[in-house]
Design a protein around this ligand. Sequence first.
Ligand SMILES: Cc1cc2nc3c(=O)[nH]c(=O)nc-3n(C[C@H](O)[C@H](O)[C@H](O)COP(=O)(O)OP(=O)(O)OC[C@H]3O[C@@H](n4cnc5c(N)ncnc54)[C@H](O)[C@@H]3O)c2cc1C
Ligand code: FES
Length: 509
Amino acid sequence: MNDASNSGRPEGEPASLWVATAGTTNYPVLPSDLEVDVAVIGAGIAGLTAALALKRTGRTVAVIEAARVGTGVTGHTTGKVTSLHRLAYSELLRSHGAETAFIYGQANQSAVEHVAQLVAEEAIDCDFRSVANYTFAETDDALHLVRAEANLAARLGLPAAFTADVPLPFPVKGAVRFDGQAQIHAVKYLHGLARAVDGGSSFVFEQTQAQRIHDGSPAVVDTENGTVRAHDVIVATNVPSGSQGLFSLRCHPHRSYIVAGRADSPPLDATFISVDEPMRSILTASVNGTSYVLTGGEGHRVSESGGSAARYGRLAAFAQDRLRVDNVAYRWSTQDGMPLDGLPYVGPMSPVSKHVHVITGLRKWGLSNGTAAALILTDTLSGRTNPWASVFNSNRITPSASAGRFMKENVKTVAAVLAGKLRGRPSYSELSPGEGTVITVKGESTAVYKDADGQGHAVSATCTHLGCTVGFNAADATWDCPCHGSRFSTDGTVIQGPAAKNLPPAPLP
Ligand SMILES: Cc1cc2nc3c(=O)[nH]c(=O)nc-3n(C[C@H](O)[C@H](O)[C@H](O)COP(=O)(O)OP(=O)(O)OC[C@H]3O[C@@H](n4cnc5c(N)ncnc54)[C@H](O)[C@@H]3O)c2cc1C
Ligand code: FES
């Protein structure tokens, strides 16, 4: 959990290629109290897609974003917009049956088409590329799996085929190929959505954190600048804060890492993910005239975090050995909610919620799942029946698919937290610049960090969500909570929930 001992800085600028190359937005802070038809909290793909779809039905919307548009998980994605989610259909067939696998496929393939349609209709300049997406096999066991996935996906009506012809620069045995998929510059895409949302009695507000939500008629969102009253509220904050709906128990955060290296050749019309472990995800892109190869992987539960410098190193080595990319320009990591039963949660925040709706558990495929989720809620709020809604229902009970998993995942979290507490840590005086650790100061568990100039910074080490102890992530210089994945900057500011409050300042030793 603690990277302080790992002083080797990974190669590359520690920033997302997408965030670093998109420019920034400058929407205002919520200036005063406001009334709209729908308040949407969170300007990621789920929130902005829902806001635009609802505005197009004639409703007024207000998007409330704590930071800047596109700087959350979506700004740190790989950028594949696809209904091919590695081996998802075989897994869903096993756990839920053919009907659910079919609906999941329909929802995600419709989402791919919806993104392409919005790019065209709103003239969004987001480096959209139509590509084929491949799940590839390097071993005989994996080959058997991709053949089965290709057959099943084709039977489910998806644009799937098995192929032995895979345009990678290293030998593979075969792959599932989905045609008509896409890739985008996710932040430029979100900037385009925000532009389309803002205006005509609808609004985008930045640097405005939703602090409390009250269900009712109207529903009310409190921020420190004023309240937003609305008929409905959509919570699209990736992971909802607080304990309503118990999503932090039903969904565990999973982190992955990406390195982007500059390439000599133009991008391929294809994106890739491996079946064999360690899993590798590959995408090529041209951004502002420069070609890049992105290599992703090294995923792990947040509660088992640590060694992130080594993880970046392994991705860089793969890019060099297998993809002939011998430099890393950018490196970043992010995390997404993995639902216990493999399906996103979309619908009422809790069984008793009337006007507060949630989108979460996008299982690392949120560019399509988040788009589909937004379309589901648009139908729900418009009184239309949505054919995918019951499969994604936020209050579903699927004991056979999730009960065992629930126990296993939460036991794993507890075990990892205990292991972290027992692990030895360096003292404050032993820290080098760029390192952090958790120590006891005046009886309080304190997260201390030395910046590049050797200046010390201290905040409480007690996560403001449910009280676990945060650990230092040296590669990203963040304080990360092993329990449900909240992340904080070194000054204690929340980067990612479910925590809603910052870590308060604490005295240095
Ligand atoms: C490494 C990695 C690679 C991935 N690659 C892909 C891929 O190639 N294709 C794919 O489909 N999916 C991919 N995913 C998953 C996908 O990126 C996510 O599922 C998706 O971006 C999540 O979108 P979101 O709208 O839920 O969250 P976000 O983009 O995080 O948006 C939520 C927003 O809410 C804001 N917010 C939070 N709390 C508050 C508050 N209290 N008040 C106001 N605002 C608040 C945040 O600041 C943030 O901007 C990947 C995931 C990972 C981890
Ligand atoms: S994220 Fe839940 S206790 Fe920290």
